[in-house]
Write a new protein. Structure first.
Ligand code: PGA
Length: 217
């Protein structure tokens, strides 16, 4: 199976013009997760979202629901990214509600889990908690797990492939989902993570040549 490559653009780029430029030069084999506002304006590649709300509609100013994303053609929704957990105080219960609603809308949740540097010594218990709570009442075969050690995100300091493989095996001993690796992936190190089912790529995905090389590993 070809690895699944998901591009997480985060809060970038600043304009639709730049978004269209990056998008048009990105490999067809990449699932692109742009900011919400750009999603309806980008056509031709598989699309995902970086987040969603946990209700379908109603008086929730500023939120975007899974059914809205579905109606725009999204196939995947990233849920529980560490930046959402940290800056927006998302906890495992909120994340579980999002996972369930994404599935109900027939899209695939990409549930992000990972330990901070401080939590590294008790990594297994942190991951187990994030996974068990995030997947409560969910058929794990229908979702994708992204292992993203928080200390490896945006740092040029990826988790070593040996260490990442150990974590992958641990996750697979608990749940039967596909597992991606994410955290400072670039075109030079992407091939080191072929034990995973694919990659979640942040910074490097904004450079079309980089993400296209990653998609061709
Ligand atoms: P990075 O981000 O590739 O820039 O480290 C990955 C992510 O946050 O999904």
């Amino acid at each position: 199976m070809k690895p699944l490559i998901i591009a997480n653009w985060k809060c970038n780029p600043k304009t639709i013009k730049e978004a269209k430029r990056i998008f048009s030069k990105t490999s067809r084999n990449v699932v692109v997760c742009p900011p919400f506002s750009f999603i309806p304006l980008l056509k031709g590649l598989s699309l995902g979202a970086q987040n969603c709300f946990y209700e379908e509609s109603g008086p929730y100013t500023g939120e975007v629901s899974p059914s809205m994303l579905k109606s725009l053609g999204c196939k995947y929704v990233i849920v529980g990214h560490s930046e959402r957990r940290r800056h927006f105080k998302e906890n495992n219960d909120i994340i579980n509600k999002k996972v369930r609603l994404v599935l109900k809308n027939k899209m695939t949740p990409v549930l992000c889990v990972g330990e901070t540097l401080k939590e590294k010594k008790r990594r297994k218990s942190v991951l187990r908690k994030q996974l068990e709570s995030g997947l409560k009442g969910v058929d794990s075969k229908k979702i994708i797990i992204a292992y993203e050690p928080v200390w490896a995100i945006g740092t040029s300091n990826p988790c070593s492939p040996e260490e990442a493989l150990k974590v992958r095996l641990f996750i697979s001993s608990l749940f039967s989902s596909k597992v991606l690796y994410g955290g400072s992936v670039n075109s030079s190190n992407a091939k080191d993570y072929l034990d995973f089912d694919g990659l979640l790529v942040g910074g490097a995905s904004l450079k079309p040549e980089e993400i296209t090389k990653i998609a061709n590993i």
